[in-house]
Ligand binder design. Sequence first.
Ligand SMILES: Cc1cc2nc3c(=O)[nH]c(=O)nc-3n(C[C@H](O)[C@H](O)[C@H](O)COP(=O)(O)OP(=O)(O)OC[C@H]3O[C@@H](n4cnc5c(N)ncnc54)[C@H](O)[C@@H]3O)c2cc1C
Length: 424
Amino acid sequence: MSIRRRDFVLGASTAAGLATLAAPAVLGQAKPKVLVIGGGPGGATAAKYIARDSQGAIEVTLIEPLRSYTTCFHSNLYLGGFRSFESITHGYDKLAGHGVKVVHAAASAIDRDKKQAVLADGARVAYDRAVVAPGIDLKYDSVPGWGREHEKTMPHAWKPGEQTSLLKARLDAVPDGGVIVVVAPPNPYRCPPGPYERVSMMAHALKQSGRTRCKIFVVDAKDSFSKQGLFQQGWERHYPGLVEWQGPKTHEGLKSVDPAAGTVATGFETYRNCALVNVIPAQMAGQIARDAGLANQTGFCPIKPESMQSAMDANIYVLGDATIAGDMPKSCFAANSQAKVAALMIRGELQHARTFPARYNNTCWSLIEADDAVKVGGRYEAKDGKIAAVETFVSKTDETPETRKQTQAENMGWYAGITADIFG
Ligand SMILES: Cc1cc2nc3c(=O)[nH]c(=O)nc-3n(C[C@H](O)[C@H](O)[C@H](O)COP(=O)(O)OP(=O)(O)OC[C@H]3O[C@@H](n4cnc5c(N)ncnc54)[C@H](O)[C@@H]3O)c2cc1C
C-alpha cells in the first residue's frame, strides 16, 4: 500500500489533469509507472513505445509543457521556403491512443531519493522508472555581449517555435546588399550540420528573391565542421560569392557582439550595421537534468551505452540531446533510436520483456539547394564503454544530380516517417 500512497501528492491546478492517474489502487495490483519528462523525439518516442508495447501493463505519463511541438529538424527548410510552419508543427493528441497520459506542465525538479518528479505547481508524480529527455539549454554567457535579453534582436532559432518564425521574418527583411553574420557554436551541440544547412537555406532565400549583393559571413568557433567539403562545394556551385566561412584561424576569435548596434567584432574584422545576426551559442543539457545531478562536468549526461540508463541513477534513463552519446550526434534520428532502446530495456526491467543488445542508427540529411541534398550517418553499438560507430557513410562530392535529388526525396520521406513514429 505504501507504494501507492506516495504516488501522487497533487497541487490544486494539476490535480484535475492527473485525476485519472490518482484512482485508488487495489492492493497488489499496482501497475509499474514510467514517467517521461520532455515530449521531443526522445521522450515522446519512449512514451509511445513503452505504452504501446506494454499494452496497458505499464502506466506511462508524459510531462511536456508545450501543447504543440515545432520541430527544429526541417526548420531550415522552412527558412528556405521549402516547408510551411504548419508542416513542421505536431500535436500530442495521438499519443493518448497508445495509452500515454500526457500532462502539459513543466517538471521543476526530480526527487531521486523518493522517485518522484515535482511539477511547476508543486504537484509530485511518482515513478518506478523515469525517462529524462529535456533537450538542450543555451549557454547565454558563451558569446560576449549577447544574452537571453538579446534573443529577439539577434535570434538563435536553436530552440524551435517563436524563434524559428522570428529568424525567418528577419531573413525576409534583409535588404539587397545587407550583411548577415551567423555565429556557429563550439562542439558539442545539437545537429552538427544544422548551422551550415541554415546558411545554405539563407543563401537560397536571398538568391530566389534577387538579393544577390548580400553576404553571409559564418564566424565559427570550430576549425572544421560536419560535411564541410560538401557544403563548401555546394556554396561555390550554387551561391558563388555569397557565403564566406571563417574558422578561428581566420577570424582570430569572436571578441564581442553589440545587439543594439548590430555589430560583430572578431580579431580579424568588425562587421557593422549587420542586417541580421544569428547567434547560435554553446549548449548544455536541459536544466531539469542538470539540477537532478544527471550531468557531469561537461554539462551533459553520461549514460550506459548498452541501455541509455543514466550513469548516475539506475532508475532513470536519459535520452537525446541531453546525453553524452559517444559517436552519435545530437539529432532527432539519434534521439528516436535511443528511445527505442530505452523503451525495450525499461519493459525488460518492469515487465520481464525479452531484450536484445542495443543497436542504434542515425542519418542527418542537409539540403544545400533545391534537389541538392547530402547525408551523413552510421550504425552504432555499445563498445568499450561508449556508443561507438560500427559503420559510417557520407555523401560524396562527385555525386550526380540524380543522386542528390534522390537524397532529398529520402530526406522528405524520413521526416514524414519519423514524425509519424514519434507523434502518430
Ligand atoms: C536548425 C536545426 C536543424 C535540425 N535538423 C535536424 C535534422 O535534419 N535531422 C535530425 O535528426 N535532427 C535535426 N536537428 C536536431 C534535433 O532537433 C534534435 O536533436 C532533437 O530535437 C533532440 O530531441 P530531444 O528529444 O533530445 O530534445 P528536444 O527536441 O529539445 O525536446 C525536449 C522537450 O523537452 C521539453 N522539456 C524541457 N524541459 C522540460 C521540463 N523541465 N519539464 C518538461 N518538459 C521539458 C521541451 O519543451 C521539449 O519539447 C536539428 C536541430 C536544429 C536546431
